[in-house]
Design a protein around this ligand. Structure first.
Ligand code: HZT
Ligand code: MN
Ligand code: MN
Length: 419
């Protein structure tokens, strides 16, 4: 598909780069030089040409931010007992020396964050009732690959694009051959990931096309933002759940004249994120209060995600599996089944411990992989992540951001002007 239309990229706290080599004055007619005989081009006061992106998005982020510096996410100062961190000479020094180490720089996660913002901006326009689920997934994934300059395990898709609808809260992505289409009454969770050198941006939003569920979306957006606000170094995970549920459940939705309470989905959670490991670190951020006294720590990455429901507020695993990942601690089992052995080689080479789906196996040239894949699951080498569904007829929504607990501030790396 050839890039056709050009769209301006959002102004994000004036963090837009100037496009290399030109500065265009787009405010009225060009002014003449004031000095007599002077040829010098008038330098317009900070009126810089906006960075551009095509539709569909195909211009690599590295071309839009020459020099390898990517916009910071929203920086939020720490609260309460941690306000000192922002100005602490020690913590500022720590960040400076860390920033000189390419392994500890934040440029990788920020590059992923900018890819996420630009891809979702275009995806929002593309996603309309009548589109097939495969078309939508391909649109997002082809855009991520182009913008991040996908290159094996160095950079690429972070995990399968979640396109869960209605009572399905999470972990549905179309499998090959899926012919289903988005419908007007659907409530769609769009959950996609970008990875750069193993640093994964995990961020999600919800769309609906019938305003009936606008309040549900508002409730969940507010709950996620409450979780982000309360997150920080030394924050206790079990306490965050209380704030999230309280925010979520202060909302109601009116459906066909009936008032329904919005419920926090009690058995879903946010999570810490490790390198090449979507739930690495093993910490969970519950959506209800728990007695978990575990604290968030300096340097950690978290996916703060909340789910609200008009149903029971509990999910079960149900339906055909699409999401998989090789276990972080996969056992070394001798495999007798040839198809499993060769599939495991592909998985290790192409994804290692990053999550993948059946479509990605086909993208890598695999076919007739199901027997081998199921064998790897039986052997405890690969984990399945089945769709997570609430009561039939209910509606669920999700909002999610990736945050980074820097020594001096909390950075919401996926924050945009949309959510
Ligand atoms: C698993 C498989 C994937 C992580 C949350 C999530 C989408 O429910 C600890 C807490 C992608 C992600 C995940 F392919 N899951 N975030 N975005 N799904 S989770 C989880 O398994 S593990 C929550
Ligand atoms: Mn997610
Ligand atoms: Mn997540």
């Amino acid at each position: 598909m050839a890039p056709a239309v050009v769209l301006p990229v959002e102004e994000l706290n004036n963090r837009q780069p100037e496009v290399e080599g030109e500065e265009i004055d787009d405010e009225g007619a060009p002014e003449e030089g004031t000095g007599a005989g002077k040829k010098k081009k008038k330098k317009k006061k900070s009126k810089k040409k906006k960075a551009e992106q095509t539709e569909p998005p195909r211009i690599p982020i590295s071309k839009l931010f020459p020099g390898g510096h990517y916009p910071e996410g929203e920086s939020v100062p720490y609260k309460n007992d941690n306000t000192w961190r922002t100005t602490s000479e020690e913590k500022r020094h720590l960040e400076r020396i860390q920033n000189e180490n390419p392994e500890l720089t934040y440029e990788y996660i920020r590059r992923g964050g900018e890819v996420h913002r630009q891809v979702r901006r275009a995806a929002r326009k593309f996603i309309q009732p009548g589109r097939s689920m495969v078309e939508i997934a391909d649109y997002i994934e082809d855009s991520v690959r182009a913008l991040v300059e996908a290159d094996g395990l160095e950079a690429g898709i972070g995990f399968p694009t979640g396109l869960s609808r209605n009572h399905v809260a999470a972990h549905y992505t179309p499998n090959p051959g899926d012919t289903s289409k988005l419908e007007n009454g659907d409530v769609l969770k769009v959950d996609f990931g970008v990875q750069v050198k193993g640093r994964i941006v995990d961020s999600a939003f919800t769309l609906c096309f019938d305003p009936t569920y606008d309040r549900l979306l508002e409730a969940v957006k507010a709950a996620t933002n409450a979780g982000i606000r309360e997150a920080g170094i030394d924050a206790r995970l079990g306490e965050l759940g209380g704030i999230i549920q309280e925010t979520m459940e202060s909302y109601e939705v009116e459906v066909n004249g009936k008032i329904l309470p919005v419920k926090s989905i009690t058995n879903l959670s946010g999570h810490s994120i490790g390198r090449y490991s979507i739930h690495g670190g093993g910490k969970s951020v519950p959506l209800i209060p728990t007695d978990d006294q575990t604290k968030m720590e300096e340097g950690e990455y978290f996916a703060i995600e909340t789910f609200g429901s008009t149903g029971r507020g509990r999910v079960i695993e149900s339906g055909e599996v699409s999401h998989y990942a090789k276990m972080d601690d996969a056992p070394h089992v001798p495999l007798r089944l040839t198809s499993a052995k060769s599939l495991l080689n592909t998985i290790t080479q192409k994804f290692n411990t990053l999550a993948f789906c059946r479509r990605y196996l086909e993208h890598e040239g695999e076919s007739k992989y199901l027997l081998g894949l199921n064998h790897l699951v039986q052997q405890g080498i690969v984990q399945e992540y089945p769709p997570l569904v609430d009561q039939r007829g209910s509606m669920t929504a999700q909002f999610e951001h990736t945050i980074l607990l820097r020594p001096t501030a909390k950075e919401v790396v996926s924050r945009g002007d949309d959510y």
